[in-house]
Design a protein around this ligand. Structure first.
Ligand SMILES: Nc1ncnc2c1ncn2[C@@H]1O[C@H](COP(=O)(O)OP(=O)(O)OP(=O)(O)O)[C@@H](O)[C@H]1O
Ligand SMILES: [Mg+2]
Ligand SMILES: [Zn+2]
Length: 471
């Protein structure tokens, strides 16, 4: 054990070029080197990859890494190869030459890490091939994808538990995620492990991220002002639609910002070149849909702005998590309107998921609305959602600027009056309410769902004010 620990710190310097472990890494690396099965829940950007990469290099045998995204595999294989580690990936976008290179390394038992997409691993020929290799460990990244209660369920992850058995022998299993509440964690354990693993859960807090929410007024101007306060810094602006991504990129460019668009509807060549520019240059502002992000590991992203309300609280946490991965201060701002809330709610109701799933989605959205509107420290509200108690943080808009309180009785009465008058003609309201007016309960209702904005008595129905969502 002592030897492998000394070896681990030597590798930390020589292969990864780091001076010290980050909080939580060393104990996980120790447990992995001692042969334990592990589930590790650690915040975004905390260095989970190293917790399986380092042991994979320190011990004999091949480590299989299951990852949901090709871009993420590509980046990690590139970085490992540059550091002199023999690594490869098997996925649908590989050239045939790359596949035969990887197969050759695998047959000669020279490969230390093999990244595989879960679909690929579900194929019998892949399992057969691995059963004949020297695979001794399987690391499952973004493990919350296995849970139907997680926010990013991928059915292909469900077969991973079987794969371990089919490969035969004793396959040490590791699972990593940044976002798993207690039900999701239990689900991960049930679905991926034959026996309960050693579980490591670190605080979800990212103290270097400043948190702020603002009701939308004119969102493009608000975004521009935010970007201007971060001149020459790299950042990401998330939008809810492709059209808005393009419009905002144009508007920012016209204002002299080095902005580039990214969404799934752009040509692959454009997407790749924009992503490379963002990764490699300083001061690029990426306006993007959520298609951009998972696995993006640029250490010095200094800000993340949501120009529209994110889908739910987990998505919000993952998306802001792309800022400040170097541990230095980074800024986040989320703009929201009643129109956004209504749209997100509609997306849930019109989705094809079973009712139970919808109920959970409503709860997740409700938790995000609570975060937008609760009159107490944002971080306290966010961490409470993940089951963590904390003190006011001093690094969010509400801690720093306080809550603006005012007497809203007259406005509320006007709103009620207008609503009664206008509803029959099908007209929409155009009133916006500051956070202080919302009497946000601090716990869900009896059905487990958080009441939504439109559910609150005395408040206006949906509106589209300030919402420049394009499509
Ligand atoms: N011990 C360390 N010292 C310094 N930097 C580190 C250390 N470990 C990891 N890093 C760096 O931290 C960054 C984040 O690491 P990584 O991508 O593994 O995060 P993650 O926990 O997987 O986050 P996410 O949940 O968002 O995927 C990387 O740039 C990585 O090089
Ligand atoms: Mg990761
Ligand atoms: Zn705070």
């Amino acid at each position: 054990m002592f030897d492998s620990r000394a070896n681990a710190s030597a590798l930390l310097h020589s292969v990864f070029g780091f001076n010290a472990f980050r909080p939580g890494q060393e104990e996980i690396v120790d447990a992995v080197l001692a042969g334990e099965n592990v589930l590790a829940v650690m915040p975004t950007g905390s260095g989970k990859s190293l917790c399986y990469q380092l042991p994979a290099i320190a011990r004999p045998g091949l480590t299989l890494v299951v990852s949901p995204l090709i871009a993420l595999m590509r980046d990690q294989v590139r970085a490992l190869t540059a550091a002199g580690v023999v690594a490869g990936s098997l996925n649908s976008s590989n050239e045939p030459a790359e596949n035969s290179r990887v197969m050759g390394l695998l047959r000669r038992r020279e490969l230390r890490l093999l990244y595989v997409a879960p679909e690929r691993l579900a194929r019998p020929d892949t399992v057969e091939m691995l059963a004949e290799s020297d695979v001794s460990m399987m690391a499952i990244d973004e493990a919350h994808c296995v849970s139907q209660w997680g926010h990013d369920f991928r059915p292909e992850y469900l077969s991973l538990g079987n794969v371990a058995r089919q490969i035969g022998g004793r396959l040490q299993t590791l699972a990593f995620t940044a976002t798993a509440d207690a039900p999701t964690r239990n689900d991960i354990v049930d679905k991926l492990f034959a026996a309960p693993p050693r579980v490591f859960v670190r605080s979800f807090d990212r103290p270097n991220l400043r948190l702020a929410f603002k009701p939308k007024e004119r969102s493009s101007r608000q975004v521009l002002a935010f970007v201007r306060s971060h001149e020459a810094e790299s950042g990401i602006i998330y939008c809810a639609s492709r059209r808005k991504v393009e419009e905002l990129a144009e508007a920012l460019k016209a204002a002299g910002v080095n902005a580039l668009p990214y969404h799934a509807g752009l040509d692959k060549a454009v997407r790749d070149s924009n992503q490379d520019a963002f990764q490699q240059q300083d001061g690029v502002v990426m306006t993007a849909t959520v298609a951009f992000g998972m696995g993006i590991d640029k250490p010095d992203v200094r800000f993340v702005c949501h120009a529209d309300l994110p889908a739910n609280v987990e998505a919000y946490y993952q998306e802001i998590g792309r800022a400040g991965r170097d541990g230095l201060a980074a800024d986040t701002l989320t703009l929201y309107s009643l129109g956004d809330m209504q749209l997100r709610r509609l997306q849930i109701e019109q989705g094809e998921q079973p009712d139970e799933r919808k109920r959970i989605e409503r709860q997740r959205l409700g938790a995000l609305l609570a975060l937008a509107e609760a009159p107490r420290c944002r971080r306290q509200t966010l961490l409470a959602y993940f089951g963590e108690a904390s003190q006011p943080c001093g690094n969010c808009d509400l801690c720093q600027e306080g809550v603006e309180l005012f007497d809203g009785t007259i406005d509320a009465q006007k709103a009620m009056y207008l609503r009664r008058r206008r509803r029959p003609q099908g007209r929409r309201m155009a009133l916006d309410f500051p956070p202080a007016l919302s009497h946000r309960p601090d716990r869900p209702g009896p059905d487990g769902a958080w009441p939504l904005v439109g559910d609150r008595p005395g408040l206006a129905g949906p509106e589209g004010q300030g919402d420049d969502r394009a499509a």
